[in-house]
Design a protein around this ligand. Sequence first.
Ligand SMILES: Cc1cc2nc3c(=O)[nH]c(=O)nc-3n(C[C@H](O)[C@H](O)[C@H](O)COP(=O)(O)OP(=O)(O)OC[C@H]3O[C@@H](n4cnc5c(N)ncnc54)[C@H](O)[C@@H]3O)c2cc1C
Ligand code: SF4
Ligand code: SF4
Length: 432
Amino acid sequence: MSKTGVLIIGGGIAGIQAALDVADQGVKAYLVERTPSVGGHMAMLDKTFPTLDCSACILTPKMVDVGRHPKVELLTYSEVREAKSNESGFEVKILKKPRYIDVSRCTGCGVCARYCPIEVVDDFNAGIGFRKAIYVPFPQAVPLKYTIDENHCIKCELCKRVCESIGAEAVNLDQEPEEVSLNVGAIIVATGYKPFDAQRKKAYGYGKYPNVLTALELERLLSAAGPTAGHILRRSDGSIPKRIAFVQCVGSRDLHHGYPYCSRVCCMYAIKDSILLKEHVQGVDVTIFYMDVRTYGKGFEELYQRAEKEFGVHFKRGRVARIYETPENHNLIVRAEDTETGEILEEEFDMVVLSVGLAPPDEITELSKILDVPLDEYGYIKEADIKTDIISTKVQGIFVAGTALSPKDVPDSVSEASAAAMKAVTFLRRRK
Ligand SMILES: Cc1cc2nc3c(=O)[nH]c(=O)nc-3n(C[C@H](O)[C@H](O)[C@H](O)COP(=O)(O)OP(=O)(O)OC[C@H]3O[C@@H](n4cnc5c(N)ncnc54)[C@H](O)[C@@H]3O)c2cc1C
Ligand code: SF4
Ligand code: SF4
């Protein structure tokens, strides 16, 4: 039990950075992540704007650091169930869900997964492809320990037998949930976002037309470690698309079917992905249908100019009203109004990518009740003051960072995380 530690909830890039910065100041950091590995959405991205650096090359070293730091305790596959405020801080109860694996014995060799007969739709690959019922979410997972998905496991014990045969004896199908109690001085909420559910925009046919995909699915197709080893293939027939459209602001700046705010990252990731598509598919024609192109950050406008001038990406100012499919070949007709001329445009494409916005994750409502921290009108954590103090919340000792606060990119999430770590440690020292 520690009264001087900081609890960080959410192990995406913001939570990882906050934990590292707290720990580097000599203060104990407890990092709670509800999935089996830290990494969050950044682990799913292929490259990052504006430099087009490989996302894993930036994220993996930080994941490894946070996993090894002597002042960081990782609590993965765990959730905060209770938090009570007292004079010295917060008494917190955390539920460690059963992995059905003894992590001290699992070597991460993966032999068990080869023998497991059950295939499950792979969330990490945005639902494209399959994983086994015993799995690691992705090869660079931290910790690199397997987990049995209890919703799909049929308890055939094949994994247990094969694990015993190699002498590891790590599978324990009778493992129970465990409760961990902590007493911490401050809390940082870094629970991130969920991508906007594209099925809510019925006019775009996502989930109905196989060649309409979300930008997160495209990230996984672009990744050399993804389900198609970096090949861009149509879901309908496995062919290589030659005409690809992006539809911007899906779920963002939309009062009827989404959120009124701008999600800030979609213009830039569409520009990034359009360049990557040009590099992946020889001769591909890429068109981005946009309302305005928002390139507000350092190096962003330059990348936009390169996409248009150097790579020949077409930018069309138009709000897409509808997408139709031509059933015989599963091509897609995009119907949009050119907002400059008022003209109605109709163009045929082989694939359409929906630039989905960012939304607050569903679980945030429960967590806000547990922590007694208010949410804003959209469901993000409410800041103490939108002009001068976005890192503090209304509750003393509870801070927020990254997309748990509002939509934003990786550089801004990381900066807020460092600010939250600094505020949390300062708060803790003052309280002491
Ligand atoms: C298609 C797409 C492409 C993008 N491309 C780029 C890009 O090129 N460059 C860029 O800068 N940004 C990009 N972004 C934005 C980027 O994904 C975010 O800025 C970044 O991931 C935010 O990090 P985060 O830590 O705030 O949230 P997340 O990555 O969402 O991490 C939050 C973590 O918290 C965990 N969590 C949630 N609730 C709980 C709970 N109750 N208890 C414990 N754990 C919890 C989650 O499991 C997750 O691991 C892109 C976004 C999308 C959708
Ligand atoms: S559970 Fe056993 S077989 Fe599976 S990765 Fe761990 S050590 Fe290897
Ligand atoms: S017991 Fe479950 S996880 Fe293990 S091999 Fe059988 S189905 Fe797979």
